[in-house]
Design a binder for this molecule. Structure first.
Ligand SMILES: Cc1ncc(COP(=O)(O)O)c(C=O)c1O
Length: 373
């Protein structure tokens, strides 16, 4: 059989992607550095865990584990519809908001079209757009690490199909406020989709000028939410989109038929029923952020105030960020460098339990003995 020797194995857009580099696990850090304790403050997870109601419902769901899940997630979509004052047809549930982003990329882009977002935002969006072979126009964030919506609106062209805004943003924790969002939307043509990724919505929703994207009546806005953050279900992989029916019905065609799994749907339903746990999680993050800001101010460390569950430290350069993260790791504190998100000199700290944050502070003070910034 003769083949075409010049034919590449994979398309260039896949070849040029870097595989996801996961942070170290607690077990790996224990084994490698043997610190007296390990605090994982790297992935914006809920360090309080999840609602105790989840386990019971997941065990119940195991009775159906031999059957395929409901491909339309009807029960969960009905509850979400009620909670958000929309119809079931406005909701799509998938294996995490990363999967929803992948569905959006599969469903809506034509080959010559492009996406617009910030240069420092959720890396998962960059990856899914690249997999689809679509170009991204990344608009630099402002000096205070916020989306530059005016510049993003200026960048809209005939090729623009989708604009992605994480609100609040990851990794910066900053947000687009209501008047900025409204001004921006006045400049976006109706045939451009605006994705408002509200992964951290539960932490942000009480901020006075935070724009709740669902309170507006735009025909081209898609709201993303997830159970991975405040609800503490990251391991289940479940998130959702809320959008006009004409958008959701197209997305339903490209969603993997049986995502998310039956236990994940049961877990999400249980989590939605426990608002007490949600409040406790939110209160912990508020208290933890306040204390962390005071700590940073005491040590003259530059940081960016956040309305999500993480805070970004700004170091003078990339090498210092590398050295600092490594030194903290050796103390058992796992943090996230955010070079892949476009900010090589910054480090992101997830707000953890009190005990973990105290470990962070102690370790930080130890590291300061040998590293200055
Ligand atoms: C802004 C943003 N969107 C989406 C995700 C992915 O969430 P999920 O676990 O639902 O895929 C994250 C996770 O870090 C995120 O920060």
């Amino acid at each position: 059989m003769s083949g075409n020797g010049n034919r590449p194995l994979v398309p260039f857009n896949i070849r040029d992607l870097s595989p996801y580099v996961a942070g170290k696990t607690i077990a790996e850090v224990e084994k490698e550095y043997q610190p007296p304790e390990v605090s994982k403050l790297a992935s914006n997870e809920n360090r309080l865990g999840c609602s105790p109601d989840v386990e019971k419902e997941v065990i119940k769901a195991m009775q159906e584990i031999q059957d395929y899940p409901d491909p339309a997630s009807r029960q969960l979509r009905d509850v979400l519809a009620d909670l958000n004052n929309v119809d079931r047809e406005n909701i799509l549930v998938a294996a995490g908001s990363e999967s929803v982003i992948s569905i959006l990329c599969r469903t809506f882009f034509l080959n010559h079209e492009e996406a617009i977002t910030a240069d420092a935002t959720f890396v998962g969006f960059f990856v899914q757009v690249n997999i689809r072979g679509i170009s991204i126009n990344k608009i630099p964030v402002t000096n205070d690490y916020r989306y530059d919506l005016e510049a993003m609106a200026d960048a809209i062209s005939e090729r623009t199909k989708m604009i992605y805004i994480a609100n609040p943003n990851n990794p910066t924790g900053t947000y687009v406020n209501a008047s900025e969002f409204e001004r921006f939307m006045r400049r976006v043509p109706d045939d451009v989709l605006v994705v408002m990724d509200e992964a951290y919505y539960e932490y942000a929703r009480d901020v006075a000028d935070y724009p709740h994207s669902l309170d507006y009546d735009y025909d081209n806005v898609i709201t993303l939410r997830t159970f991975s953050k405040a609800y503490g279900l990251a391991g289940f992989r479940i998130g959702y989109a809320i959008a006009p029916e004409r958008i959701v019905s197209e997305m339903m065609k490209t969603k993997l038929t049986f995502e998310p799994t039956t236990p994940a749907q049961a877990a999400a339903l249980a989590a939605l029923g426990d608002q007490k746990f949600l409040k406790k999680s939110k209160d912990r993050v508020e208290e933890g952020k306040k204390r962390l800001y005071e700590f940073f101010e005491k040590h003259n460390v530059s940081y960016v105030p956040s309305i999500s569950n993480s805070v970004m430290m700004v170091l003078p350069d990339e090498q210092q960020a590398v050295d600092f993260t490594q030194a903290m790791l050796e103390q058992g504190v796992i943090l996230r460098r955010i070079n892949a998100f476009g900010l090589p000199n910054c480090v992101r700290i997830t707000i953890g339990r009190k005990k973990e944050m105290a470990h962070f502070e102690r370790s930080f003070e130890k590291v300061l003995e040998t590293q200055e910034f």
